[in-house]
Design a protein around this ligand. Structure first.
Ligand SMILES: [Zn+2]
Length: 289
């Protein structure tokens, strides 16, 4: 079901013209915009998309995260037919999901219509729209909702989780990744407009409070955690040569080595081992009622 952003009525026909109040969301840059006032938002700067589009395709972290996500989707939610990615950015993850699940109906939302334009270039068949994650205009609609490194940008993360719960069908699933451990906080987080890095127990508490049942929780970027700690502590001081993107611009040799290490880690996760610590956290949950 769709929920009218103007009057709150539910309806299920094609298109977004509300049969109750006759209001239709406006379009911005060719995308349906549910929160046009927030098109250029404070939580994620538009110039990040320009940085990301260059870096994510070759960077080990983005590549390894995609593989982990595709595995988790296949393992925990086989035969699901549709998925919404909240905060789809440049569409890098949705593109990976589309390759692995060509029959799945994919939707992606982003608060910035600049990000959506990048995503649209990669994804011809996905339904892309501008939306505030704190106000999701759907009810019992999606088999899976995913948010990969999104919640840490949003002050009201509990509102987002409650909205996701409403928009997921019963027996549907939630997939989340977030940056983990407060002790890793550095200027990288500030540059990325993070509000927080999570402690696993806090995210679990918030996800359960929204109504979900936890299915799987594991850290990742665990074997590389010592290197990450070293890198982040170097960035904490007043270094005049500080480059917030240094971790993303690493050269080919370490990039390849790190990608191999992430593959070993993924192998262990697939076998059922859940890492207690790591730079990121993967959480899988279900809506059971
Ligand atoms: Zn309405």
């Amino acid at each position: 079901m769709k929920i009218c952003s103007a009057c709150g009525s539910a309806f299920s026909h094609v298109g977004w013209l509300c049969p109750h109040c006759g209001i239709q969301p406006e379009e911005r840059n060719g995308f349906t915009a549910f929160a046009p006032g927030l098109c250029s938002n404070a939580g994620f700067r538009d110039d990040h998309f320009n940085e990301l589009i260059e870096l994510e395709a070759r960077n080990f972290w983005f590549r390894a995260r995609n593989r982990l996500i595709v595995w988790a989707l296949l393992h925990y939610f086989p035969n699901k037919e549709n998925l919404l990615e909240v905060g789809c950015g440049t569409g890098f993850v949705l593109n990976g999901i589309a390759s692995a699940f060509p029959k799945m109906k994919l939707s992606g939302s982003e608060i910035s219509s600049v990000g959506l334009a990048y995503a649209a270039k990669r994804l011809q068949n996905a339904d892309l729209f501008q939306m505030d994650a704190r106000s999701i205009p759907f009810c019992n609609e999606f088999d899976v909702i995913a948010a990969f490194d999104v919640l840490e940008h949003i002050e009201e993360d509990e509102t987002v989780l409650a909205q996701m719960y409403q928009a997921i069908r019963i027996d549907g699933g939630l997939m989340i990744t977030v940056p983990q451990h407060k002790f890793l906080w550095s200027r990288v987080d500030e540059h990325a407009c993070h509000v927080r890095r999570y402690a696993a127990r806090d995210l679990v508490r918030k996800v359960k409070a929204a109504g979900f049942e936890i299915v799987r929780k594991t850290s990742f970027v665990s074997l590389l955690l010592p290197l990450m700690m070293a890198s982040r502590s170097l960035q904490r001081g007043e270094n005049p040569n500080y480059d917030p993107l240094a971790e993303l611009r690493i050269s080919d040799l370490p990039n390849n080595v790190f990608e191999r290490i992430m593959a070993i880690e993924r192998w262990a996760i697939r076998l059922g081992f859940s890492f207690p610590v790591g730079g990121s956290l993967l959480l899988i949950a279900k809506k059971i009622k």
